[in-house]
Design a protein around this ligand. Structure first.
Ligand SMILES: Nc1ncnc2c1ncn2[C@@H]1O[C@H](COP(=O)(O)OP(=O)(O)OP(=O)(O)O)[C@@H](O)[C@H]1O
Ligand SMILES: [Mg+2]
Length: 483
């Protein structure tokens, strides 16, 4: 590639540098990892990313989720009339959900004004006064115009004594017939629906009754959900789900039915998406639950607290077909369960992230893109000049050599470098400057030195600093004991 192909060189500020829309293309210098993350998204494989802090592991995981198709299924738990403590799982595809929605819409019938229905229907449903013919709301017992009791039972003068709680003459549904054009009789049902009246034919009525008889359900994993679920440091309950306690033990009358108390875990929430676990080794023993889930692609939800009434509830076969994206620092690799690693290797990739990249024109262009990205992501700092970008590149070169001992290379420990960009941005903001310039980058580099670097500069080395600290202060009791 010729130098002219690197647009940052002709840019005036970072605002002129194009930022790719695809988040995987925003990941800089980890081309191999990006390639396999793309494959993992396409083929639904698991990934373990290993690398030092701030090299893009979380970024890669999030970007992989972006490449996955949107979830296609919704998962609900259904009341099980035969055994309420074993609710049944129901999986509906997007198409089925759409069909159900359409049906529900049809079943709603047509909502009309009380004026549009035959007057005897409006009277029986309580929308019209039988004496003066004025319309009013069905909940008004007496006609607001002439004061007549709309619901007085004409057939029995003692109706209100016999059924004191019930408006005697009120109907919630009225059935009538009408002749169709081809001479058939058709049943029409009118139903009170708030201010309006619902008109239904017999077919939709039967469907509605069928619908009402369906088992009650609770959707635990909705169709419209995020496909990136973070389970870093999750507890057993957070990862595997739970059944909440009911002080009335799910009693049929006063308790809460078990199916309503079922809560999905992160692994179920991540069904069809990415389950991201940073520092996977910190899950310790909980890692072993992932093994079954990854193999079976389903995991039961049970009440996890033995003292709780939820403990007797169990929902089998709850789907959890996730793409595991786990991250680890190099030092923690021995604490990742070997069978978990074996499952990742057997059905995915272990990726070692780069810490530096060669100092080529193409990679300098990518670092310029990185600076533009960081400024845009921050949202509170102004763009940087080209000279400022060059200063960041020079610092990336210096850090590659100092931290990783790499010659002619640029660092990929980019979180720290993004700290420099942000600090310079803050300088620009506090100094009311319209752009971040190279002077601000230089000052931020000095400011962004970590404590060890600051100690080395002041005392010559961290060791010297330690010595001077010990001499100048009375040793702490614990320190004396240690000595
Ligand atoms: N390869 C990269 N390309 C572009 N930006 C990066 C890259 N690596 C890090 N960054 C920047 O640094 C920030 C932190 O990176 P990220 O959180 O992905 O690091 P990490 O490897 O997950 O670190 P940790 O081990 O501390 O969790 C990102 O939000 C991004 O701004
Ligand atoms: Mg991270």
């Amino acid at each position: 590639m010729a130098e002219t192909e690197f647009p940052y060189l002709s840019a005036e500020t970072t605002e002129d540098i194009e930022i790719p829309r695809n988040p995987l293309e925003q990941v800089i210098g980890q081309d191999e990892a990006v390639k396999y993350c793309k494959i993992a998204a396409l083929q639904r494989r698991h990934v373990l990313m290993v690398g030092p802090p701030g090299t893009g592991k979380s970024m890669l995981a999030q970007a992989t989720a972006y490449c996955l198709p949107k979830p296609e299924h919704e998962i609900s738990v259904l009341h099980n009339p035969e055994n309420p403590e074993h609710p049944i799982i129901e999986i509906l595809s997007k198409e089925q959900i759409l069909r159900e929605k359409k049906l529900a819409k049809q079943l709603e019938g047509r909502l009309v004004d009380a004026r549009e229905v035959p007057s005897f229907v409006a009277e029986r449903l309580g929308y019209r006064c039988r004496r003066c013919g004025k319309l009013s709301r069905p909940q008004d017992g007496a006609c607001p115009s002439c004061g007549m009791d709309k619901y007085a039972n004409e057939s029995s003068p003692f109706g209100d004594l016999l059924f004191p709680h019930m408006p005697t003459g009120q109907k919630t549904r009225v059935h009538t017939t009408r002749s169709t054009e081809d001479g058939h009789e058709e049943i029409i049902v009118y139903e009170g629906a708030g201010e309006k009246i619902r008109v239904m034919d017999q077919v939709s009525l039967e469907k509605l009754d069928l619908q009402k008889r369906k088992a009650p359900r609770k959707t635990i994993i909705p169709l419209n959900r995020k496909n990136f679920v973070v389970a870093t440091g999750a507890s057993e309950t957070e990862l595997l789900g739970d059944v909440r306690h009911d002080p009335y033990g799910g009693h049929a009358q006063i308790g809460t039915p078990p199916y309503t108390r079922v809560v999905a875990g992160a692994m179920h929430d991540a069904h069809e998406g990415v389950l991201f676990i940073d520092e996977i080794s910190s899950l310790h023993n909980i890692q072993r639950f992932l093994l079954t889930a990854m193999q079976e692609k389903k995991y039961p939800i049970v009440g996890r607290n033995p003292q709780s009434s939820g403990a007797s509830v169990r929902v089998d076969d709850v789907p959890c077909d996730f793409v595991l994206m786990a991250a680890s620092n190099i030092n923690d690799i021995p604490y990742i369960l070997p069978p978990l690693r074996s499952r990742i290797i057997g059905n995915g990739y272990e990726l070692l992230l780069q810490t530096t990249m060669p100092d080529t024109a193409a990679n300098r262009q990518r670092l310029a893109q990185f600076v533009a990205q960081e400024i845009k992501k921050d949202g509170k700092i102004p763009p940087a000049t080209l000279a400022a970008v060059e200063a960041v590149i020079a610092e990336a070169r210096r850090r590659a050599k100092k931290v990783d001992g790499a010659e002619d290379a640029l660092t990929l420990r980019l979180r720290e470098l993004s700290g420099v960009v942000r600090l310079s941005g803050d300088l620009a903001v506090t100094e009311h400057a319209p752009l971040i310039d190279e002077g601000m980058i230089a000052r931020s580099i000095i400011r962004s030195k970590n404590i060890e670097e600051q100690l080395s500069e002041r005392y010559g080395s961290v060791w010297n600093a330690n010595k001077s600290e010990i001499i100048s202060t009375e040793p702490h009791r614990d320190q004396k004991e240690i000595r």
